[in-house]
Design a protein around this ligand. Structure first.
Ligand code: URP
Ligand code: ZN
Ligand code: ZN
Length: 460
């Protein structure tokens, strides 16, 4: 059915104006004033509301075998939670074990998502082993529509790659025109620090930060940039958490390295004292790189405001407190790493960014949607509002007031790291390719509408 959205204030990364939007055959076909609805079209009055392009989360884990367990969400629960929160596209990490075949992993992850997701999706291909066999499979996976890799410098013995593998992955990425996303922490330093802390009887979640201090992350960023510079490869640093790491990334940019930076909503709103909460509550806030000292937060906000940090993601990785986080009681190195946040990113970014004057509306859209679309080959199909773009739209009510809570969230996890936080604004209506999926905080859409988005390499 055709859809006409009337009188909304359209906001993109570059423009802001009041107009009507007409959507037909899944895309935006007309934008203008006083558009008339043809018979049978659905009409939504967006007076007093913003209309944003659907938000894109470029770093999500849904099917994730990790640290002896599996992340809790399914593609059904995660995609519906994403939509309720205004995210209409996510990029999930395919994370095969070292011994797995890349092509089998690709098929496995694709099979888990296809027909199960309410919103559109694509993947970064995790490279967790590099040899000639993996290389030929990676080439085929790129030809099947994945134009980004993911590597881990951390998690030695699990997802982590050696320097030799890093060298060859980046060389292949350059050759194929693929951007490589990377988790940057020095794995050997983490292992040594973990061993030392445990031997000193320091076993609680409050020690997680000490096992992965800012220097460990900064070294990882420097290391990645050095290797990328060798090949003139394009790299994207995921979940950057602190000033030390940002300085290394900026130094790389200054030298002309093609490096982009992502930070997470968790680093902006929670900090290392959360992981120090008593009675093992701190385990809810254990992720890697760890939540940092609060002094980093204004630096990350400034990075987002100025564009030194391109994107704001979630690294959504939901593990229940009662049955999964608890696996690390008595040994913080066994706490499944991750903080769920897919549903809350957009509202929290709007509330603490736009409404509190830290970023303007355009950077909000840019960092929450447009930059991810541009970096990962989805633009202008996604990430903006223009003729021909997919009609993924968020009609946003800035007058809404509420609180985040696990009692009301749609994510399939038993806690919320932002429990009790005030929200000023939320999506009133969310559409997926022209069809209404969310109305006033409730998913009402087609549970299997989501499509796999195939992406072309950039040939940079
Ligand atoms: O702690 C985290 N970040 N968990 C998810 C896996 C990863 O490192 O991205
Ligand atoms: Zn990571
Ligand atoms: Zn991640």
């Amino acid at each position: 059915m055709a859809l006409l959205i009337k009188n909304g204030e359209i906001v993109t990364a570059s423009d802001r104006y009041i107009a009507d939007i007409f959507c037909e055959s899944e895309t935006i076909t007309r934008i203008g004033r006083d558009l008339q609805a043809p018979p049978g079209a659905e009409v939504i009055d967006a007076t007093g509301k913003y209309v944003f392009p659907g938000f894109i989360d470029p770093h999500v884990h849904i099917y994730l075998p990790f640290m002896g367990t599996f992340a809790k969400d399914t593609h059904a629960t995660a995609s519906q939670a994403a939509l309720v929160g205004g995210t209409t596209t996510f990029i999930e990490m395919i994370c095969p074990a070292r011994g797995d075949q890349p092509m089998e992993a690709f098929e496995l992850w694709l099979g888990k998502a296809q027909g199960q997701s309410a919103c559109d999706f694509t993947f970064h291909m995790g490279v967790t082993r590099y040899d000639s066999d993996a290389e030929s499979q990676l080439k085929e996976i790129v030809s099947r529509g994945l134009s980004s890799f993911k590597i881990f410098l951390a998690y030695k013995g699990a997802f982590g790659v050696t320097d030799e593998e890093l060298y060859h992955t980046l060389r292949l990425a350059k050759k194929l025109g693929v951007i490589t996303t990377a988790h940057c922490e020095n794995a050997d330093l983490v292992l040594e620090l973990q061993k030392r802390l445990l031997s000193e009887g320091k076993t609680g979640p409050e020690w997680h930060h000490e096992s992965r201090p800012p220097l460990v992350e900064a070294e990882g960023v420097h290391h990645l940039i050095t290797f990328a510079e060798m090949h003139n490869a394009h790299i994207y640093i995921v979940h950057l958490s602190c000033e030390e790491a940002l300085r290394e990334a900026v130094a790389g940019k200054y030298r002309g390295v093609n490096v982009w930076v992502e930070t997470l909503i968790q680093y902006l709103l929670t900090d290392k004292t959360d992981a120090e909460k008593p009675n093992f509550e701190g385990a809810k806030f254990v992720m890697s790189p760890p939540l940092r000292d609060k002094r980093n937060q204004p630096i990350l906000w400034n990075g987002l405001r100025t564009g030194l940090i391109s994107t704001l993601a979630t690294d959504h990785a939901p593990f229940d407190f009662a049955t999964q986080k608890i696996m690390g009681k008595g040994d913080f190195t066994k706490i499944p790493n991750g903080i769920p946040s897919l549903e809350d990113r957009v509202n929290a970014f709007y509330t603490y960014g736009v409404a509190q004057g830290r970023v303007d509306l355009h950077r909000f859209v840019d960092a929450g949607s447009t930059q991810a679309a541009k970096l990962f080959g989805l633009f202008p199909r996604k990430g903006t509002i223009q003729l021909g773009s997919d009609a993924d739209l968020v009609i946003y009510d800035p007058k809404y007031r509420g609180k985040i809570s696990a009692k009301t969230h749609a994510m399939n996890v038993d806690y919320n790291a932002f429990e009790g936080m005030e929200i000023s604004g939320r999506p009133s209506v969310v559409t997926v390719r022209g069809q209404v999926a969310v109305q006033e905080g409730k998913f009402i859409g087609d549970k299997s509408r989501g499509q796999f988005l195939q992406r072309e390499p950039s040939h940079f």
